[in-house]
Design a binder for this molecule. Structure first.
Ligand SMILES: [Zn+2]
Length: 136
C-alpha cells in the first residue's frame, strides 16, 4: 500500500506548516495555496473521502474548520473565506485522505474555486428531489 502523505503529516513524519490541531484533526498550510493562508484540515484517522469518513469524524473536522476560519480572520484580515472539499477524482480530489480547504479571500483576488451555474427547471429540481427523497 502506498504511503499517505497526509497520514505522514499527522504522524509528524513529514514536515508541514501546522496551523492548529486537536485530538481529532490537524490543520496545516497548503503547499500550493490558492491564496495566502490557504489551509487544509484533515482528520487524524485516515479516511479516503467523505463517503468513507465517519459522521462523527466529519463533525470534528468541521469544528476545526470553524476554529481555523476564526484564526485566519484575526491573523490575515481577509474580506471573506471559501471552504471547499472534493470527494473523488471527478470532483478534483488529488490527495486521497479526506481534507477540507479553507481559503482566505480578498476582493478582486481572482481566485476561482467555484463552478459555472445555470438555471434549473422546476421539473429538473423536482426529479432530483424525488430521487434524493427515495434514497433517504
Ligand atoms: Zn491518510
Amino acid at each position: 500500500m502506498d504511503t499517505c502523505v497526509f497520514c505522514e503529516i499527522v504522524a509528524g513524519r513529514a514536515p508541514a506548516y501546522r496551523v492548529m490541531e486537536d485530538e481529532h484533526a490537524v490543520a496545516f498550510l497548503d503547499r500550493a495555496p490558492a491564496a495566502a493562508g490557504h489551509t487544509l484540515i484533515v482528520p487524524r484517522n485516515h479516511a479516503r473521502d467523505v463517503w468513507e469518513l465517519p459522521e462523527d469524524a466529519c463533525a470534528e473536522v468541521a469544528r476545526l474548520v470553524h476554529r481555523v476560519s476564526a484564526l485566519l480572520r484575526v491573523a490575515l484580515a481577509p474580506d471573506g473565506l471559501s471552504v471547499t472539499h472534493a470527494t473523488g477524482e471527478a470532483a478534483g480530489q488529488d490527495v486521497f485522505h479526506f481534507h477540507a480547504h479553507v481559503v482566505p479571500r480578498w476582493r478582486g483576488d481572482g481566485v476561482r474555486l467555484m463552478w459555472e451555474t445555470r438555471r434549473a427547471s422546476s421539473q429538473e429540481l423536482q426529479e432530483v428531489l424525488e430521487r434524493v427523497t427515495a434514497a433517504r
